[in-house]
Design a protein around this ligand. Structure first.
Ligand code: NAP
Length: 345
């Protein structure tokens, strides 16, 4: 059987380009005992892919997760017709050998060592769309739930700031903060995204690309100062936000997308954060969601309940067609998406 996959043919330098990828076909071997044949239904495009491939040696199949249908099986844990979540990379069809930790021998060590299984049955999401397994009821939802609640420990009445607020993780963090009774301020890159954030309950949304005075806008939005900051972007915007943190503020550092697309060797010029960290006695903690992967069902089930109760609104940015994987990935890095960026195969 013939399958298609995207190979990364060279390292990214600055923003990824479509020519950094090559669409290739591969002949799949017949299934051996214990193996499963999966057909991609939805594929995820995520910021981490930009960084992870730095430690891989091209040419290599692009890494990534997908929701797939088991179309043939020699493994009774994954019967034909079941739906799975797996780390198959950018592949249309995959033969999954459950004995391996990763598809590609030259996948980064951190990926191979992570506690994320190569294949899992998709949790029962009931009436919710299966694609939510890549977003609110998947890795981004788990990231928002634990990364915010465990590290920021938000209390009712506190002020929370979220950057990357209209994205997969950020939009969920802001809504969880509202559920916990906080005042929520989000930063996003377009007026439309900001309008959507207000619609889903953010108290204030600021377009960081057009706002002439971030300090003044933040002071007006958070007159009592900031208690919790969920940082998706790093860089100068995060530096400005940190200056308005309250005593004993908590910062959960989830990502730093503002520098992911730097040219090779380019270093971001951001002032050192030490003086505010000391004077405000801040707690700043970075995390990787795999820290809580053994508890992910707790997050997934809670997020699903909040979605059903209408307390969390979900938006997906869906690109049609497996062949558009590179465009969807590059578009997400440039900010085309509101909510979770996915590809419908
Ligand atoms: N620590 C973990 O375990 C973990 C897990 C998942 C995700 N993450 C991190 O969480 C962050 C968000 O990930 P996501 O999956 O939810 O992606 P996302 O927010 O859905 O998509 C990326 C967004 O980043 C914004 N962006 C791009 N360049 C930017 C820049 N220079 N400055 C500020 N914002 C910029 C764009 O929105 P705008 O239009 O607003 O610019 C874009 O839509 C990323 O940093 C990612 O690496 C970490």
């Amino acid at each position: 059987m013939k399958a298609e996959k995207f190979t990364l043919v060279r390292h990214f330098d600055g923003f990824p380009k479509t020519t950094d990828f090559k669409l290739e076909s591969e002949e799949l071997p017949p299934l051996k005992d214990g193996e499963v044949l999966c057909e991609a239904e939805f594929l995820s495009v995520d910021p981490y892919m930009r960084g992870y491939v730095r430690s891989m040696t091209p040419p290599v199949t692009m890494i990534g997760s997908q929701i797939a249908k088991v179309i043939d099986s020699k493994n009774k844990e994954f019967p034909k017709g079941s739906y799975v979540f797996g780390q198959m990379g950018w592949r249309s069809l995959s033969v999954v050998d459950l004995g391996t930790k990763s598809f590609d021998k030259n996948a980064p060590e951190s990926f191979r060592r992570s506690k994320v299984a190569i294949l899992e049955l998709l949790p029962d999401l009931g009436d919710l769309p299966r694609s939510y397994g890549l977003g609110v009821c998947g890795m981004p939802g788990t990231t928002a739930y634990f990364g915010f609640l465990e590290l920021c420990q938000p209390k009712e009445g506190e002020t929370v700031v979220v950057t990357g607020a209209a994205g997969a993780v950020g939009s969920l963090v802001g809504q969880i903060a509202k559920i916990k009774g906080c005042r929520v301020i989000g930063f996003a890159g377009t007026d439309d995204k900001c309008a959507w954030l207000r619609q889903i309950g953010f108290d204030v949304a600021i377009n960081y690309k057009t706002c002439a005075d971030i300090d003044a806008a933040l002071k007006e939005a958070a007159p009592k100062g900031i208690d919790c900051y969920f940082d998706n972007v790093g860089g100068m915007l995060s530096h400005r936000i940190r200056q308005q943190m309250n005593l004993f503020g908590r910062i959960s550092v989830c990502g730093s997308i503002s520098s992911y697309n730097n040219k090779t060797g380019e270093v971001s010029q951001v002032p050192v954060p030490e003086s505010t960290t000391v004077s405000k006695q801040l707690r700043i903690e970075g995390f990787n969601v795999t820290r809580w992967w053994h508890r992910k069902n707790e997050a997934i089930m809670q997020m699903a309940t909040w979605v059903r109760e209408g307390k969390i609104k979900v938006q997906e940015h869906v690109t049609q067609g497996f062949h558009k994987m590179p465009q969807a990935f590059i578009g997400m890095l440039k900010g085309d998406n509101t909510g979770k960026a996915i590809v419908k195969a």
